[in-house]
Design a protein around this ligand. Structure first.
Ligand code: ADP
Ligand code: NI
Length: 203
């Protein structure tokens, strides 16, 4: 059981806001706001989940990502400090850290709490569809990766669709997210089809 009140929520908000404000690889504050809107929408439709805990997990879910820090140790420390400054007790802290670890795609885990599963869905939905395409190309630009190469698999933006983005539709937890994911998935398939035709001079 995690007790979330306004003081704790605003303490966490203050701590993470500047972290996300500085990021241009797909974890900007705009990502946090979209994930929050989507997660609360899913929770409303599914009629499940505590709103404050959803907000808390949205704020925290990428705060321990090494990409936003110098290394994984610094990232773990930041997440731990943010949680402890907000006054969570030992067992709440453990659960929050494990939920944040589970939400990320790379771990291949399903969060324990319904709030965690909803935030995981919202985070994954933000990686697909039109916004997902924009985020992928932004990430590619920051990393200086090419759009596309005929010699797959190379580290290109289009390759990332096959490696990750086109697999997300089948990894949603809630019915509401599955529905949204289907629409966004179709849009990405259409985009890639058109992209490759244009690339090859067939359109
Ligand atoms: P999150 O954990 O928030 O879902 P990631 O840390 O995996 O996201 O990535 C942040 C954003 O950058 C996502 O939109 C993701 O699709 C994109 N991204 C990550 N790796 C690549 C890559 N190699 N090429 C293009 N986009 C990428
Ligand atoms: Ni995220």
């Amino acid at each position: 059981m995690i007790m979330v009140n306004d003081d704790r929520l605003s303490s966490v908000y203050q701590s993470v806001k500047t972290l996300y404000d500085d990021d241009y690889t797909g974890h900007g504050w705009d990502h946090i706001e979209r994930v929050q809107r989507l997660a609360l929408k899913i929770a409303g439709i599914e009629n499940e989940g505590n709103e404050s805990l959803i907000r808390l997990l949205v704020y925290l879910h990428d705060a321990g990502d090494a990409k936003l820090h110098n290394d994984q140790r610094a990232a773990d420390e930041f997440l731990m400090n943010t949680i402890s400054q907000a006054g969570f007790n030992e067992s709440e802290t453990q659960l929050l850290i494990s939920e944040c670890g589970a939400i990320g795609f790379s771990k291949g885990k399903i969060p324990e709490t319904v709030e965690g599963r909803i935030v995981q869905d919202a985070d994954r939905l933000d990686a697909i569809g039109a916004v997902g395409i924009a985020r992928a190309f932004t990430y590619g630009a920051v990393k200086r990766n090419a759009f596309y190469s005929e010699h797959l698999p190379e580290d290109t933006v289009i390759q990332h669709f096959y490696d990750k983005l086109l697999t997300l539709r089948d990894r949603m937890n809630t019915k509401t997210a599955i529905k949204i994911a289907h629409e966004r998935h179709r849009f990405m398939e259409q985009f890639i089809g058109q992209f490759i035709k244009e690339w090859n001079g067939r359109k």
